[in-house]
Design a binder for this molecule. Sequence first.
Ligand code: URA
Length: 260
Amino acid sequence: MRVEPDPLTALRLQLEFGVDEAIVDAPIDRFAVAATPSPATVKNASSARRPAAPKAPGGESASAKSLADAAQDVPSLEAAIRGFEGCTLKRTATNTVFGDGDPMAGVMMIGEAPGADEDRLGKPFVGVSGQLLDRMLAAIGLDRTKVFITNMVYWRPPGNEKPSQLQIAQCLPFVLRLIALARPRLLVLVGGISAGTLLGREEGITRLRGRWYDFQPLDGGPPIPAMPTFHPAYLLRQPAQKRESWRDFLAIQDKLRQIG
Ligand code: URA
């Protein structure tokens, strides 16, 4: 006897598993697909999973690199990112989240990936963790007119998963080009994903944070001081760590005074 699950319980279970986005219009009966793999089903499945853009060695999207290199200023880079189809995350996202603030302000903060609020509004860090980030900035006399805030990937991972290594690699040429074009005086690497990726380090954020590192921009210009710090979403879960973040933000304020 087949027991039908209560639909509400099944829906709750899906939400708990992180399934909170509909990707195709009509549901697919996976039991039927497994039992009778009709040619039509196989064809639909393969067209639903378009291959990603070709990869360069190291997994990065070759076309992202050429588009990023061709952009000569931040607005043209933004246009290239908005038109880019080589990141798998774009297929399920509502909006491209490029950044917020002034790219030429001299302080660039790089987070992880847009969440649901960011995807809906098309701006980074606008949910609860963004509100905490705004308060931390205000505490050292900064706001979104004095910094530029962006992420390692420009589209929301479904179900608020962490972006995969491949998705990060697909967007990385744009992130690196953005840093080279905007040439900030300092970088704030918000969370373990941006710190580990951009500094090329294996350690977790707890070990990396609180010290200055030299970030070498792509164009071979002078190194940019980079401070890894805890992600505000982590601070919301672990408020006792705000004390360490406060130290990081005071060091950022100090560095800005020193470098003018
Ligand atoms: N977390 C991030 O890392 N980036 C955002 O834009 C929002 C939440």
